[in-house]
Design a protein around this ligand. Structure first.
Ligand code: ADP
Ligand code: MG
Length: 644
């Protein structure tokens, strides 16, 4: 919303309301469809993607335009023809009056009229071609930029994507790219058109009459520029306030609607209305202010324009009487003067578009220059098919400098071992797992897989052999099948169904109207968080990775489903290395070894029996759990852990 008001003023407020970027405006849709239809081979058959090789040159306007210089020269030629055709009118009028009417030569009048008509026809057609051409070039630039930015976003590591940045990234991809679109589509070309108009008109005026031209240049022009600059500043400030006020209104609205239960429960409606009246009132005042500024400027420039014409008429009329100027020249002068004001106003507005575009360009350039933190070594080799031995050597890690989460961890997980991590919330269990998948690099020490330092292998070859089931699985828009076959899109329906059966969601699938082809996510079925976890497990089941990480992957399941999953896991984990972060000891107990993570390291390590015998943290957790488990068993029946 904010950027719609973003100070474009008259130039851009017509674009409809709503979202910062609400897609393609309807009036442009036909044009865009046309462009798309005529560019069938835009998509390369396969999309090259590399973690290490990409365009690291800083994004600049010049850099963007340069590969398209030929198209731009074409647009420039069209603009020149268009402008000259448009400006022929007053000169033709002068010839018609002086050489036709004055001399009584009807032939000249006919010729001039025909030429006038021709100039209009040329102008209209060239203008149409130019708009289409420039639009096409602009779209091509934006398309390339969008893909480049998105590819870079795909390249950045998970540490980049904190909650706080998601909103800002969306605005990079929407409002910033939209500012640039404005610049490319209309901004740059319009600057050229208007600038060229100013220069040509000025030359013609000086050529016709130096004195009158000087009056225009030194009296009328400065007043116009000064007024426009004032308007620019005042309206920018005004629109900034409008933006803040509408944000207040929306924030209050959002809060009141989300908190409607609390509002009702505490009888705050009356108070709420009073508050909304104030925020909405402030918004109204801000809008009134900018409307007043606009009105003042509109009538002010009209006044200056008419004063200018009156001045020219006065000075020029006197010159005609003295015989220093022909009537035709005076007429042409007055006509040119009226084509003179629009470019000045436009140019000042366009300067604003230009500045915004530049600002957006800098922000995007900064984004493109953000280096991923887990960089792929240029000499990285593909990790060969692994056995799955994971080794931590003196690994330390901190998210924030000076606040280590892990310190000096030494750990070897054997191939095929089922290894459980337990420990208090925030101890660093997920962090340990994230180091294995190389979502992060250790601050110190090395993590290796089958003896290969993770930093020396390509990310793709590493990740293709890893499976991760997170606590809050994410479902993508698409069918259930698409979501399960996410890592192996070529899997057959049979395999997908087998995976469903293995994790026990086959009865859920059976209930759905289209089975595994039922869309999930918006408008499709909405799944409970437990069902999502099962789906994520099926995803891992289908991918059959060598190393599997389950990060509290069964935490939202009821005990009965979990027991079912555990049986499925027995098959799934057969012969694979697994790191299971367990929130329930029942899960941990089945592991070959268990590590208790706390105080930045591994406090206890061993099999269930060993740890119980040790009498430390684990034994204490186990004792507590056992006491509660007998209660749970009574409620749910049959999901008690196997006797150790
Ligand atoms: N992205 C992050 N940025 C900063 N600190 C983090 C981040 N993720 C986790 N932490 C911190 O690191 C510590 C360990 O977190 P985590 O490994 O998620 O714990 P666990 O999985 O054992 O509950 C916690 O103190 C947590 O606040
Ligand atoms: Mg965790």
């Amino acid at each position: 919303m904010g950027m719609m008001m973003g100070g474009g003023g008259a130039a851009r407020s017509s674009q409809g309301a709503g979202l910062p970027f609400a897609g393609i405006p309807p009036e442009l849709q036909d044009r865009v469809d046309g462009l798309l239809a005529s560019e069938e081979d835009r998509d390369p058959p396969h999309v090259p993607f590399s973690h290490s090789h990409y365009d690291r040159r800083r994004l600049t306007l010049r850099g963007l335009l340069k590969p398209n210089w030929l198209a731009l020269v074409g647009a420039f030629v069209l603009v020149v023809i268009e402008t000259i055709a448009m400006l022929a009118g007053p000169t033709l009028t002068r010839i018609g009056i002086d050489d036709g009417i004055d001399e009584g030569d009807f032939g000249v009048i006919v010729t001039v009229s025909a030429l006038f008509l021709l100039s209009i026809v040329v102008h209209v057609n060239v203008s149409r071609a130019r708009v289409a051409w420039a639009g096409r070039v602009g779209e091509r630039l934006m398309y390339a930029l969008r893909v480049r930015v998105f590819s870079h976003l795909q390249r950045l590591d998970v540490s980049f994507y904190t909650e706080e940045k998601a909103g800002r990234l969306m605005s990079r991809m929407t409002s910033d790219i939209e500012s640039l679109t404005q610049l490319f589509h209309e901004g740059l070309i319009q600057m050229l058109v208007q600038g060229l108009t100013l220069v040509i008109v000025m030359i013609v005026l000086f050529d016709m009459n130096v004195q009158l031209a000087a009056v225009t240049l030194f009296v009328i022009l400065p007043v116009m520029v000064a007024m426009t600059l004032w308007f620019r500043t005042a309206s920018d400030r005004g629109y900034e306030i409008v933006r803040d006020r509408i944000a207040d209104v929306l924030a209050h609205l959002q809060e009141s609607l989300s908190g409607v239960r609390i509002v009702a429960a505490h009888n705050r409606q009356r108070h709420n209305i009073a508050e909304h009246r104030n925020t909405a009132g402030a918004y109204r005042d801000a809008n009134n202010h900018t409307a007043r500024i606009g009105a003042l400027y509109g009538s002010g420039t009209e006044f200056v324009a008419i004063m200018g014409q009156a001045t020219i008429l006065l000075v020029g009329g006197n010159m005609v009487l003295d015989g220093n100027l022909t009537i035709g020249e005076l007429t042409a002068f007055v006509l040119y003067l009226s084509t003179f004001f629009a470019p000045i106003q436009q140019l000042v507005n366009l300067y604003n578009t230009y500045q915004k575009g530049q600002a957006a360009m800098h922000k995007l350039a900064d984004l493109l220059e953000t280096e991923p933190r887990t960089v792929e070594d240029p000499d990285a080799v593909d990790l060969p098919p692994i056995q799955g031995r994971i080794q931590f050597d003196d690994v330390s890690f901190s998210y924030v400098e000076g606040q280590p989460v892990l310190e000096g961890v030494d750990l070897t997980i054997a191939e095929g071992e089922v290894f459980a991590l337990v420990g208090p919330t925030g101890a660093g269990k997920s962090t340990l797992a994230a180091l294995v998948t190389r979502f992060y690099d250790p601050t110190n020490g090395t993590v290796s897989m089958d003896g290969h330092d993770l930093r020396s292998v390509t990310l793709a070859s590493l990740r293709s052999q890893l499976g991760i089931v997170p606590q809050e699985p994410f479902l993508f828009a698409g069918s259930i099948r698409d979501n399960i076959a996410f890592a192996r899109p070529d899997a057959s329906d049979r395999e997908v169904l087998d995976a469903c059966r293995a994790v026990g969601i086959d009865d859920l699938i059976d209930r759905l109207p289209d089975g595994i082809h039922t869309p999930c996510h918006e408008r499709g079925v909405s799944l409970s968080s437990g069902e999502r976890q099962l789906l994520a497990l099926a995803r891992a089941f289908l991918a059959r990775p060598r190393v599997l990480v389950l990060d509290e992957a069964t935490s939202n399941l009821d005990l009965r489903s979990e027991a079912k999953i555990e049986r499925a896991l027995d098959t799934l984990l057969e012969g694979r290395t697994a790191i299971i972060i367990a929130h329930r000891l029942a899960t941990a107990m089945r592991a070959d070894r268990i590590a208790v993570v706390r105080d930045g390291g591994i406090a206890e390590l061993g099999s269930h029996d060993e740890l119980v015998a040790l009498g430390g943290h684990y034994a204490e957790m186990y004792a507590t759990w056992e006491r509660h488990a007998s209660g749970d068993e009574a409620h749910t029946g049959g999901s008690a852990p196997p006797a150790p």
